[in-house]
Write a protein that binds this ligand. Sequence first.
Ligand code: ATP
Length: 306
Amino acid sequence: MQNVLETNNLSKKYGSHLVLSGITMKVPKGAIYGLVGRNGAGKTTLMRVICGLQEVSSGSYELYGVKNTDKGIYKVRSRMGAVIEKPAIYSNLTAAGNLRAQYEMLGLPKDDASISELLALVGLTGSGSKKAGKFSLGMKQRLGIAIALAGFPDFLVLDEPINGLDPEGIVEIRELLIKLNKEKGITVLISSHILSELSLLATHYGFVDKGKIVKQISAQELHSQLRKCMIAQVSSIKALTMVLEDMHTEYVVVDDSTVKIFDKMSVTLLSEKLSAQGCELLSLTESDESLESYFIDLIAGGAHND
Ligand code: ATP
């Protein structure tokens, strides 16, 4: 499969501060690639670099197979649209006015039909004569995406597009991105702190920590690794692990009173065996391991960090 973006050992320094360190990642064509990382991990910097807003310090990247140092990179960049940090919007212009201004800036013909098409695509047809300054945050974000789509690029880079949105706004952006991806074939690189939301969209993930990609994984692979388990809390972890060993059960010790059990088992049997060891079963709950816990484990160098 062709990759829209490939980075190769890409690093970025601000002064002596190494913000990105040896980033090697691949964004396949047609993917919704979720960039996951804590505040300050380097996600925005990575996006700024691949959008040409910052120079790389070392290493390289390719967009549609064109290296960042090749002359052709400027041309190929027109296939890319981005909203990084805040959408760049003129508050005193309407949605259509903002798109006209963007068309002018890009030297594109101000074609009313394509402006209407873009407004319809992002669900802003009804915004009419309302000035963008009066838009809700969700409308502003959708206008930002429409502006990024001026010229109809096929690679969209979005930095935290759902930050600060209400639940309705979040759903609108989600539906928009799925539509752009599925119906228009647009590849999306998106960062978000809201992992539960990202998990409803992403086809691939890149986990970033302290300027490094600690793991790249497809959503399919990830979901097969996120397993259902039972979380048991007991009065004696020693007794519990002994019983679980005896039952040949797969488990992971979480802390000094809690264990994750991955095999199905009879609660009565477990409780009886523990009781025989003088250990009390304080609670037993079913859990779907979430993307959040996977991420936390990964960053902590936990079980999945292979
Ligand atoms: P957040 O979600 O908080 O924006 P992030 O993962 O996007 O986090 P970046 O904004 O890329 O992280 O910042 C990564 C590191 O680089 C931070 O330590 C930040 O202080 C530093 N940094 C970012 N931009 C600059 C700059 N222009 N000059 C110096 N340091 C910078």
